[in-house]
Write a protein that binds this ligand. Structure first.
Ligand code: NAD
Ligand code: IPM
Ligand code: MN
Length: 358
């Protein structure tokens, strides 16, 4: 049976890295007979331009019976003047909410070949291997927002059930890793964080007492990510904190351009729709130059192959092909100033590593 994948290239470097993902996906499809049925639709600024809406109904309909969604990135200066639900970002938030993609997994690890390229000292980076589990459909992103007179308000709401499901997912994943969860909140100030901490403690005691749990305040976490990053295994956190901490954590790996993500609607991804996307944005400062790092996008494809298409062999092969390109000294400009290659040439190298391995 074929696997239906909906591709949403988006804006800026989104379509540039997405195009490289399609090349890789096609080659893997041929090599492994994955039987992928890929259809492209619009989201973000591209959808505003074509349909007057950042998430058109036809995109939602196309995604409904998909096995997976593969997204580039959205947004950019062209649509900066738009407000609220008219903005490109609203399309991304709406697709997450529509498909109940509550669990955003952002793995952060270090490839030896990138350790010299990270802005952090190499000895600090030994053993870095963490997974940020970011709640994706609640919190400040989805609370009521309004202007009144000369003030503006964003509201942050979390319900017990929203916290419970992401907490269970984080603990379950931790059991298959180093058995440690660092729950990150701001319980010294925020009521939602106090509910978060209470709920995480209860689920821990009742259901996962064998997993090590620590609570870390978000400001201290931002510091520990730099001072002792290898101490983290699973970081469990709410929507906004997860957004900020994951961009920070990307620098442990070397660049924002190398971190992939999966957004799940079910703990077992084969049971529900999932969306795969790099954690970076549309990078307007480098868009149109063909120099964006496609690695975050290609590693997102690998996550899709592993989790939604349940094809471990092609997923592992793709990851190894990306890492081997780095091992061979093939770097895009975000990772190296010397002899850097563009998005296409980096992907050529990945493709040749893939075909050589058969
Ligand atoms: P950004 O992530 O687009 O870029 C931040 C910096 O990282 C830039 O200097 C950029 O050149 C660099 N960078 C990012 N990805 C890269 C890659 N693959 N290769 C090389 N360099 C890369 O963040 P921003 O500039 O703050 O935001 C730009 C737009 O993207 C905004 O409209 C924002 O809302 C949107 N955005 C979208 C997503 C998404 O689609 N998931 C994520 C973040 C930001
Ligand atoms: C991300 C992005 C989005 C977020 C924006 C574009 C809405 O920064 O996917 O990390 O904040 O979730
Ligand atoms: Mn972000």
């Amino acid at each position: 049976m074929s696997k239906k994948v909906i591709g949403l290239p988006g804006d800026g470097i989104g379509p540039e890295v997405y195009a490289q993902a399609v090349r890789v996906l096609k080659q893997l499809d041929e090599q492994f007979n994955l039987n992928i049925d890929l259809h492209e639709h619009q989201i973000g600024g591209a959808a505003i331009d074509l349909h007057g809406n950042p998430l058109p109904q036809e995109t939602i309909d196309a995604c409904r019976d998909a096995d997976a969604i593969l997204l580039g990135a959205i947004g950019g200066p062209k649509w900066e003047g738009l407000q609220g639900a008219d903005r490109p970002e609203a399309g991304l938030l709406k697709i997450r909410k529509t498909f109940n993609l509550y669990a955003n997994l952002r793995p952060v690890s270090l490839q030896e070949s990138l350790s010299e390229l990270s802005p952090l000292k190499k000895d600090r980076l030994v053993g870095v291997d963490m997974l940020i589990v970011r709640e994706l459909t609640g919190g400040l992103y989805f609370g009521k927002k309004f202007r009144e007179g000369d003030s503006a308000t964003d509201t942050c709401t979390y319900s017990v059930s929203e916290i419970e499901r992401i907490t269970r997912l984080a603990f379950s994943i931790a059991k298959g890793r180093r058995n440690k969860v660092s729950s990150v909140d701001k319980a010294n100030v925020m009521e939602t964080s106090r509910l978060w901490r209470e709920t995480v403690n209860r689920i821990h005691t009742q259901e996962f007492p064998e997993v090590d749990l620590e609570h870390v305040l978000v400001d201290a976490c931002a510091m520990h990510l730099i001072s002792k990053p290898s101490a983290f295994d699973v970081i469990l956190t709410e929507n906004l904190f997860g957004d900020i901490l994951s961009d920070e954590a990307s620098m442990l790996s070397g660049s924002l351009g190398v971190l992939p993500s999966a957004s799940l609607s079910k703990q077992d991804p084969s049971q529900g729709i999932a969306l795969y996307e790099p954690i970076h944005g549309s990078a307007p400062d480098i868009a149109g130059q063909g120099i964006a790092n496609p690695a975050a996008m290609l590693l997102s494809v690998a996550m899709m192959l592993r989790h939604s298409l349940q094809h471990e062999e092609s997923a592992a092969l793709l990851e190894k092909a990306v890492f081997d390109s780095w091992n061979a000294g093939v770097f895009t400009a975000d990772l190296s100033n010397e002899n850097s290659v563009g998005s296409k040439a980096f992907t050529d190298s990945v493709l040749s590593n893939i075909s050589r391995s058969v």
